[in-house]
Design a protein around this ligand. Structure first.
Ligand SMILES: [Zn+2]
Length: 321
């Protein structure tokens, strides 16, 4: 049986270990236990980590920033940038391998060798800015992959959907003056939720005006509001854009049982978003879609959420062949 869905997974992603921290290696451990004990494990093409070339990280990040966090991390600093960005001596290498592994997966989906994929990586990326580590993120994995696809593979319309409960400031800021990336995000109201960006009024500027779509949600919103926005706002906007590649910042911290935010959705909503994104990819981008793990901190629920997300990608891939 030819495997059509890739899973980027590697033990090195558990070696970014900063002790007591919500973004810890147990997140991957419990997700892997769930996947390995399920029938989908054997259907996934495992993609290993790989060290990213420096030039790839520089697609999004300033060389000075990369040098300075490398120096700080290797000299034993407890954190870089802000105090929530805790580091251990291995953090720099793990972050490089997250980028390189994600690019490896992107190459296989781009070439058609795989239909779609899930990057089960740490550290996450969507808060990382060009010159700053933020919100547990050091390198912006998804933004680097989008820029790689545009600069090296001639894609012209990349859709990034970010359903992490926190706004993906780093990703938005990487592309907000351009129209070759359409950044969409649904997240908790930035007046009360980290990182404080992602207001509806942020719609991009210059050539990029209209290619940033932020849908902030009131605290305690649930499935009904999220599904309303999916059907009335996102699906029409995605269909109008006609992406030639779909990328998802898959964060699971909007779940009702997550400790880091106050949005009350269930797996039903996650499944609906994932299905809709797979449908858009099938319609406009030959199914090409990659999901990147971002947040999600309840170790009891995150395995099931990732499992059902990947199962939908497998089903979508099967209908494409
Ligand atoms: Zn988050």
């Amino acid at each position: 049986m030819k495997r059509l869905t890739g899973l980027l997974t590697d033990p090195i992603y558990q070696e970014h270990d900063t002790g007591q921290h919500p973004e810890n290696s147990n997140r991957l451990k419990v997700i892997l236990e769930e996947l390995q004990s399920s029938d989908i494990w054997d259907q996934l093409e495992k993609i290993p980590a790989e060290k990213a070339e420096r030039s790839m990280i520089e697609l999004i990040h300033d060389a000075d920033y990369i040098d300075s966090i490398e120096r700080e991390i290797k000299s034993g600093a407890p954190f870089v940038g802000t105090m929530d960005c805790m580091v251990c001596p291995k953090t720099f290498e793990v972050a490089e391998q997250a980028v390189g592994g994600a690019l490896n997966l992107a190459k296989k989906v781009e070439s058609g060798e795989l239909k779609n994929g899930f990057a089960l990586v740490r550290p996450p990326g969507h808060h990382a800015e060009r010159k700053q580590a933020l919100g547990f993120c050091y390198f912006n994995n998804i933004a680097i992959c989008a820029e790689y696809l545009i600069k090296h593979k001639n894609y012209e319309r990349i859709l990034i959907m970010d359903f992490d409960v926190h706004h993906g400031n780093g990703t938005q800021h990487s592309f907000e003056s351009r129209k070759d990336v359409f950044y969409c995000s649904i997240h908790e109201n930035p007046t009360v939720c980290y990182p404080g960006t992602g207001f509806e009024s942020e719609i991009g500027y210059g050539e990029g005006k209209g290619y940033t779509l932020n849908v902030p949600m009131r605290s305690f919103s649930g499935d009904e509001r999220y599904l309303e926005e999916l059907h009335n706002t996102f699906i029409p906007a995605w269909s109008k854009y006609k992406p030639d590649f779909v990328l998802i910042s898959a964060g699971y911290d909007a779940h009702k049982d997550d400790p880091l935010a106050r949005i009350n959705i269930t797996n039903e909503t996650y499944r609906a978003y994932t299905r809709a994104l797979c449908d858009i990819a099938a319609e406009y981008s030959e199914g090409k879609l990659i999901s990147f793990l971002e947040g999600g901190y309840n170790l009891e629920v995150i395995p099931g959420l990732v499992h059902s997300h990947i199962r939908i990608q497998l089903e979508a891939a099967a209908t494409l062949s």
